[in-house]
Design a protein around this ligand. Structure first.
Ligand code: SF4
Ligand code: SF4
Length: 415
């Protein structure tokens, strides 16, 4: 997904991973034509991609209102909707009008509703919360991006943090949440330890019921069940051609996610011309003592995690939150298997298995031993389906029995 990324920000939070990029980024005027050209080019190359480009920062509401409207209009023309991520400190009536006109989903970045919980960000909390409520009143269904730090999600703070989340949901009209591990290059003491991060994730996951759309918990369940359209940190990200985050900067140049690669050293516009799997291929085979992921049961889900949070700040290593990921995956797996003991999940199949394969694993019974399918049989079935891919029409089958019962169904190439 591409994002329109003016790097400048009015808050300049002390932990922001863009501090280095910001220090080195040349101050440049916004080149609206180049940015719109990049949006159109991206759409031409990947028209099937459903996610509209996101206006992201720094703080995108620092853009002149005229430019902001041009970008929203260009994205709306191509995708029929738009999206923005903002700290919600600069919103005024003109923005609300634009958001309604261009069907904008508005994500607000906020780590707590008290100065203590929101220490990593700052800003006028009364104004931010007022703006979130106004988004609700204007039927703009705001979502929250919440970063987990020692200041808000440690064991001692968790109860107040939980109250903040439940308040935002019940009283401010927040419809969905994304919880992200805080990463700081300069002040790693602000981060949660892997154990503390796991505790916070576990408690949030356990709250995630009654249809709550909380990321990354829903996405972890999705991956285990064979659906991999998920958040970037589980996609085996290439730091030199980040595919989930393809920023277009104010001057129209393109680069990588500012969390990693050369961006973390202040070089913004150095992007490889194609994506490589080199980092994940090496991590897959590299022993754990060398900060690789060899033999990890959850490799098909995690693939080493975000290179921006790699051990020692070296993107080649796996994420330093490995312990938190692994324990969280285990916690989720136990929950699913307590309900469906006979199910085989992606990690059982040791691959990013298709949803159809996972679902067929509980064909006969969810729990009876004699109703359990054989994992070898499942793997073979999936391999066979893969080999047949593209050879049959959608809905077609290579099953001889099905063919016998449906002789009328056309084969590819036959009228
Ligand atoms: S560096 Fe991390 S945050 Fe950035 S796109 Fe890659 S996985 Fe996502
Ligand atoms: S959980 Fe840890 S070892 Fe397993 S894939 Fe993720 S980072 Fe690698």
């Amino acid at each position: 997904m591409i994002s329109i990324k003016p790097v400048e920000c009015n808050l300049r939070c002390p932990n922001c991973y863009e501090l280095v990029a910001r220090a080195f980024a040349p101050a440049s005027r916004c080149d609206a034509d180049k940015i719109i050209g990049a949006i159109k080019e991206f759409h031409k190359k990947s028209p099937e991609r459903g996610h509209p480009p996101c206006l992201h920062g720094g703080e995108p509401l620092m853009l002149p209102i005229g430019d902001l409207e041009k970008f929203l209009a260009a994205i709306f023309d191509l995708y029929g909707r738009t999206s923005i991520q903002t700290n919600a400190t600069l919103l005024d009536s003109r923005h609300f009008e634009l958001f309604k006109k261009y069907k904008t989903s508005v994500g607000v970045s906020l780590d707590g509703d008290t100065p203590e919980l929101n220490r990593s960000r700052g800003g006028d909390l009364a104004a931010i919360i007022g703006n979130i409520k106004r988004l609700r009143d204007e039927a703009l269904a705001p979502s929250l991006l919440v970063t987990l730090w020692a200041a808000n999600a440690s064991a001692e703070k968790f109860e107040s943090f939980k109250d903040f989340i439940l308040r935002a949901e019940a009283s401010w009209g927040v419809s969905s949440f994304r919880f992200l591990e805080g990463v700081s290059y300069e002040r790693q003491e602000m981060e949660l330890s892997p154990d503390a991060l796991f505790e916070a994730h576990k408690r949030l996951f356990d709250l995630c019921d009654s249809g709550r759309r909380w990321s990354p918990y829903r996405e972890i369940v999705d991956m285990m069940l064979g659906n991999f359209d998920v958040v970037c940190v589980f996609q085996g990200c290439d730091p030199w051609a980040t595919s989930s985050e393809q920023p277009v900067f104010a001057d129209g140049s393109q680069g990588n996610c500012l969390r990693t690669g050369a961006s973390a050293d202040g070089v913004l516009s150095l992007r490889a011309d194609r994506e490589s799997k080199l980092r994940s291929d090496v991590l897959h085979d590299l022993g754990q003592r060398w900060r690789g992921c060899k033999h990890c049961r959850y490799w098909p889900l995690c693939m080493g995690g975000c290179p921006g949070s790699a051990f020692s700040g070296d993107w080649r290593n796996k994420t330093r939150f490995c312990g938190a990921h692994r324990n969280l995956f285990w916690h989720v797996e136990k929950k699913i298997k307590s309900l469906f003991p006979n199910i085989y999940l992606s990690q059982d199949l040791k691959k990013r298995a298709a949803a159809a394969t996972i679902l067929s694993s509980i064909e006969r019974s969810t729990y009876k031993f004699e109703g359990r399918r054989n994992i070898k049989e499942l793997r073979e079935k999936e391999e066979k389906a893969k080999a047949q891919a593209g050879k049959f029409y959608h809905g077609d089958s290579d099953d001889p029995e099905w063919r016998r019962q449906n002789p009328w169904w056309p084969r590819r190439g036959k009228k």
